[in-house]
Each structure stands twice: as structure tokens, then as C-alpha cells.
Design a binder for this molecule. Structure first.
Ligand code: DC
Length: 230
């Protein structure tokens, strides 16, 4: 189902706060079942980066929303994952910085920006299936999805994972700073009035704090099998 309209392939939504492991889970599911992948956080990040690049004031909701409506975004599969292309330039690395993450969180609170990006996100739903990663996939973008997962973890565990990830690619990282950023982002995402971060009523909630990613994948695969989706 796409927003209440019947489609002939499964849509699986994975929502939750930043750093809970949604990206890893979604990539694993998409690879395993050959489904398309929507990284909706990357779309908000692209909106923020594109605005900053051309000098749009991030306080100007109207101007940011108007740019978001015209974004030309391309997700290109590569050997190591996916490259995100903006106007023909590979911006995958730039998108992952904390600065762009905070800017994305800011523009994501604007109702006009969220509205401008709805169709762009729904267009990712294609046969043979979709795994959608975000904050409001199961509540707003695909409310009639076949399976909904809400993946969370304590802020401390998420900060620790992010520090390890940054160190593994040679970037020095402060645990205290990352924890403060994560808490600020959680606050923005949960407190906004439009599509706040919250589990859909019919979502399976998984707290991954004490779990390995393999354990999470196993639980989700069992859940999808119990729904006869895979
Ligand atoms: O998942 P991420 O960290 O790449 O997301 C970046 C920001 O975008 C995050 O702070 C919240 C926002 N976001 C959102 O509001 N709704 C989504 N569906 C995805 C992301």
C-alpha cells in the first residue's frame, strides 16, 4: 500500500532515532530480499546541504521548501553501497557530517519542507519491494505499509557506536560532543509538531541497546516471515 493505495509488492518501514542501527538493518534487508531502499534522512540532508551550498538562509522555511521541491537527487548503487548524487556531484561523504545532520534536523521541522518531500519519498516504492528508513515512514509516508519496525537504543549506546564508526574511518571524535549532538537531534525530532519521531501504533518496537546487528536482523527476519512477506 502507498498512502492507502493498494500496490502488489511489500513495503517495510524502519523508523527510529539517529544511530539506532536503522541504516545497517535497512541495507541488510534490501540486499537480502533484492528490495529498493529509501534513505529518507539522506533526502533531508541533501535539502540542507543544497540550501547551504547556494546560500539559502536555513531560517527561511519558504525558500528551503521551494528548493526541496526542485531537488534532483540520484542514489547510484556502487560496490560498497550507494553514492548520493546531487546535480551530478557525489556528495555521499559531505552528507554524513554532524553539521549537515544538525541542519537537516532543523529544516525537517518545517511543515512546508516535509510536504515538499512527500512525493519524492513515495516515488521510491517500486516492485519487487521497498525498505524505507526514516522517522515517519510508518506514520506519515507509508501509513499502510505491510510491516513496520521502530528501532531504538539508549542515547549513550548510539553515541558510542557513532564514535567507533568515526574512529574506524580515521576521524577523531569526542564521546561527550557526539552524545550532546544526539540528544539535541532527538529533542528536535521528537518535539516538532509535524510528523514527530514516534512509533506507529502497529509497529514492532525493538530496543537494540544490548543487541548485535545480527540479532536485530534475525528478529526482523522472523517478524517478516510471520507476516508471510518473505
Ligand atoms: O537519519 P538521518 O540522521 O540521516 O536524518 C537526518 C535528519 O533528518 C534527522 O535529524 C531527522 C530528519 N529526518 C526526518 O525528520 N524525517 C525522516 N523521515 C528522516 C530524517
Amino acid at each position: 500500500m502507498i498512502a492507502g493505495v493498494n500496490v502488489s509488492f511489500p513495503i517495510i518501514t524502519v523508523d527510529g532515532p539517529s544511530g539506532a542501527g536503522k541504516g545497517t538493518l535497512c541495507h541488510a534487508l534490501a540486499r537480502r530480499y533484492g528490495f529498493h531502499l529509501l534513505d529518507s534522512g539522506a533526502i533531508y540532508r541533501i535539502g540542507a546541504l543544497a540550501s547551504q551550498t547556494i546560500g539559502i538562509d536555513l531560517d527561511d522555511e519558504e525558500a528551503v521548501a521551494s528548493l526541496c521541491e526542485r531537488l534532483e537527487v540520484d542514489f547510484v548503487p556502487t560496490e560498497n553501497g550507494v553514492s548520493v548524487m546531487l546535480n551530478g556531484q557525489d556528495v555521499s561523504q559531505l552528507l554524513r557530517t554532524e553539521n549537515v545532520g544538525m541542519a537537516a534536523s532543523k529544516i525537517a521541522a518545517y511543515p512546508k519542507v516535509r510536504e515538499a518531500l512527500v512525493n519524492c519519498q513515495r516515488n521510491f516504492a517500486k516492485s519487487p519491494g521497498l525498505v524505507a528508513d526514516g522517522r515517519d515512514m510508518g506514520t506519515t509516508i507509508f501509513p499502510a505499509a505491510n510491516a513496520k519496525i521502530f528501532l531504538t537504543a539508549s542515547a549513550e549506546d548510539r553515541a558510542r557506536r557513532r564514535v567507533d564508526q568515526l574512529l574506524s574511518i580515521g576521524c577523531p571524535a569526542s564521546f561527550e560532543q557526539i552524545l550532546a549532538d544526539i540528544k539535541a537531534r532527538d529533542y528536535n525530532d521528537c518535539a516538532r509538531t509535524i510528523s514527530p519521531l514516534q512509533p506507529a501504533d502497529d509497529a514492532l518496537v525493538i530496543d537494540s541497546s544490548q543487541m548485535t546487528i545480527d540479532g536485530v536482523c534475525q528478529q526482523v527476519n522472523d517478524y517478516l516471515k510471520s507476516l508471510s512477506l518473505v
